[in-house]
Design a protein around this ligand. Structure first.
Ligand code: CP
Ligand code: NVA
Length: 332
């Protein structure tokens, strides 16, 4: 039982048979933040907070994945996503199987045929794929398999769950807070815009010309905005970070863009998050990064290692939010 429910019961309030945070989400898959309703997204974050507390207290939680297998298929390298989904599945009582990268690339057989095989053996598949389109094809081909996006070139929704949890922990509230993303309008920025908009966060994204967040994502975020959330795309870094509760950055060249790294390093140099930029936001501003970080490029050592830095909280919260996600997505 959640601390909130325990308190309510102690105060004499009736506690519903099924707590709000244990109500499953409607979608079969989690390919995008937009697969969830506003309430479902909040439920994932609330359950994650309960699971974090339960783990810290050394309590063994429920085992919704007992007797079930989940595959990890990673077409690209990963530390955090791979480790945290593995631990999450195991702590929920499930078993993990790791499949080689060529399985999801479609080079040996079609992704549709791979998906149809997997759904005969498994309950879920956590996939890092080069494109959202391939992931969507995979998920559509296997109605009996829960598919989870572990990053595509276009979106990184499981990262955004942890980021929203971390922002809420650090700032105290999401609705009305301001998150400034400084850098490439990439997959991480897209999922942050989706999640931030749904949860009432003012999201400002400062990027060099030609590297802005796509207008389609901005339109999607605006269409789901709640609690007065705003989305602003700008080239003006100072304007973006001024008064922000958090400054977020990510690598300038994502996986698959390695050949552009030198050119991007020159273009993005003014967008480095350093002490001077943090100071423009204000003394209480939090620094965020999904990691891996390229120290000395998009962020300085001083900022990464400062008291303002929440980067390892974000990494930790990947675990708690993904346990909540899998519990609510795969509940029977
Ligand atoms: N943040 C993140 O997704 O890290 P990995 O690429 O190491 O999984
Ligand atoms: N934008 C980065 C995120 C890594 C977690 C990439 O796609 O490589």
């Amino acid at each position: 039982m959640s601390p909130e429910a325990r308190k309510k019961r102690a105060e004499g309030f009736p506690v519903p048979a099924v707590e709000r945070t244990h109500v499953p989400v409607k979608a079969k898959d989690f390919l995008s933040i937009l697969d969830f309703s506003h309430d479902e997204l909040e439920r994932v974050l609330d359950l994650a907070a309960e699971l974090k507390e339960e783990r810290a207290a050394g309590r063994r939680g429920s085992q919704p994945l007992a007797g079930r297998h989940v595959a990890l298929l990673f077409e690209r390298p990963s530390l955090r996503t791979r480790a945290t989904f593995t631990i999450a599945i195991r702590e929920l009582g499930g078993d993990v199987i790791e499949l080689p990268a060529d399985v999801v690339s479609g080079s040996r057989e079609t992704v549709e045929d791979v998906a149809r095989n997997l759904e005969r053996w498994l309950s879920g598949a956590v996939i890092r794929a080069s494109s959202q389109e391939r992931l969507t094809r995979f998920a559509k081909s296997a109605p009996g398999l829960h598919v989870v996006n572990a990053l595509t070139s276009e979106q990184h929704p499981s990262q955004a769950l942890a980021d929203m949890m971390t922002l809420r922990e650090r700032v105290g509230t999401l609705a009305g807070s301001t998150l400034a993303f400084v850098g490439d309008g990439n997959n991480v920025a897209a999922s942050l815009a989706h999640a931030g908009a749904m949860l009432g966060v003012h999201v400002r994204i400062a990027s060099p010309s030609g590297y802005e967040l796509s207008p389609a994502v901005v339109a999607e975020a605006k269409s789901v905005a709640r609690h007065g959330a705003t989305i602003e795309v700008t080239h003006d870094i100072r304007r973006a970070v001024s008064g922000a509760d958090a400054i977020y950055t990510d690598v300038w060249a994502s996986m698959g863009q390695e050949d552009q790294a030198d050119a991007r390093a020159r273009i993005f140099a003014p967008y480095q998050v350093n002490d001077a930029l943090m100071a423009l936001a204000g003394p209480a501003a939090v620094f965020m990064h999904c990691l891996p970080a390229h120290r000395g490029l998009e962020v300085t050592d001083a900022v990464m290692d400062s008291a303002a830095s929440a980067v390892f909280d974000q990494a930790e919260n990947r675990l708690h939010t993904q346990k909540a996600l899998l519990s609510l997505l795969m509940a029977r």
